[in-house]
Design a protein around this ligand. Structure first.
Ligand SMILES: NC(=O)c1ccc[n+]([C@@H]2O[C@H](COP(=O)([O-])OP(=O)(O)OC[C@H]3O[C@@H](n4cnc5c(N)ncnc54)[C@H](O)[C@@H]3O)[C@@H](O)[C@H]2O)c1
Length: 322
């Protein structure tokens, strides 16, 4: 079987998970990893039989490399993606495509100019529950969608873990901005966002937001994003989606996934889905088959534009038209 030879750039929380995910795919081989923390790169490389590098540029020169997964902090995506595109590598770039809209556009331009494969890592699309929600809408099970409520809240230590690099709009809400476009099958026309200031955390970013969206065909949505859950929370996250349609409704909760354990350490809700493996498999299969990307640069730009509008709305108090 032909295998796609992949390098992972950035070996933090999600880069490490991509390495484990790629190792499960028979049609892929993890051949190289890179991280500024060279001791981490060496350790990860040793456990997967890959070669360790310190930087993206070094990794891109790895002989026979076909594709890269860019899992660096958001503001570093552009430089790595431009270099990967120039080297002719297929790319899976983690969400958000970039922090800055011009950086995001530059990534898309670089991929287009080099005619390289570009996919954006909107992992939520690979949860079976969200896929089923999209199918329900597409099949008309709910009738015309009238409204949606999406929640993505995380534990309070996230902001320290990512050192205040971005706030909840780039880190969490962007998933739902993309998922709602994809599930509802429409584009956002206007955005209004408010941010809570009652209990500020250490970093100067937005920590709890409600973003209301009006879609072009008339549906409305509210996206809650935040990271105030206590570290003792049994699941560590609370992700939900509620849809109201003209002829039906849908409720999706990721917190309980059919199993709860009440043991010596208290109650826990184990995480049962493997969306990252499904995402990486889709990336690998499409690159090997020469098929177009399922989550395009345009999707990355559209979700990023909603984040930018939400930030502008927080700053000005106004409804922002897209
Ligand atoms: N799809 C998802 O569900 C999901 C989940 C978490 C994070 N993310 C995204 O993944 C990206 C990374 O997030 P994270 O939480 O894994 O961050 P992280 O801080 O845990 O990891 C980043 C890694 O990049 C390394 N690094 C930093 N600068 C570097 C450089 N110049 N060259 C090489 N290595 C460098 C760091 O040493 C670190 O190991 C972000 O864009 C984030 O939004 C996506």
């Amino acid at each position: 079987m032909e295998q796609l030879r992949i390098g992972v750039i950035g070996l933090g929380e999600i880069g490490g998970a991509h390495c484990a995910s790629i190792a499960t795919l028979p049609q892929a081989q993890l051949v190289a990893v890179a991280d500024l923390r060279t001791e981490v790169a060496a350790k990860v490389a040793a456990s997967y039989g890959a070669t360790a590098y310190g930087t993206a540029d070094e990794l891109l020169a790895h002989p026979g490399l076909d594709a890269v997964i860019i899992a660096l902090p958001d503001h570093l995506h552009r430089a790595a993606a431009e270099a990967a595109a120039a080297a002719g590598k297929a790319m899976l770039v983690e969400k958000p495509l970039a922090v800055d809209a011009e950086d995001a556009r530059a990534i898309v331009r670089a991929a287009d100019a080099a005619k390289t494969f570009l996919m954006v890592g909107f992992t939520v699309r690979y949860f079976p529950q969200y896929l089923r929600a999209r199918q329900a809408v597409q099949a008309g099970e709910l009738g015309t969608v009238v409204s949606a409520f999406a929640r993505r809240v995380n534990i309070v230590t996230q902001t320290d873990r990512i050192a205040g690099r971005v706030g909840v709009l780039h880190f969490l809400a962007v998933h739902d901005f993309d998922a709602l476009r994809w599930v509802i099958g429409d584009e956002v026309a206007s955005v209004h966002c408010v941010s809570a200031t009652s209990a500020p955390l250490a970093h100067d970013v937005e920590h709890e937001t409600f973003t209301t969206l009006k879609f072009k065909k008339g549906a409305i949505a509210c996206v809650q994003a935040g990271w105030y859950l206590p570290t003792t929370h049994p699941a560590g996250f609370d992700f939900r989606l509620d849809l109201t349609g003209r002829e039906g409704s849908l409720n999706l909760s990721m917190m309980e996934q059919g199993i709860s354990i009440h043991g010596k350490g208290g109650t826990s809700y184990p995480y049962m889905a493997s969306p990252l493996i499904a995402e990486d498999r889709d990336f690998v299969d499409r690159v090997l088959a020469g098929q177009p990307s399922s989550i395009t640069g345009a999707d990355g730009l559209a979700a990023g534009a909603i984040v930018d509008a939400a930030l502008e709305s927080i700053a000005t108090g106004r409804v922002i038209q897209l």
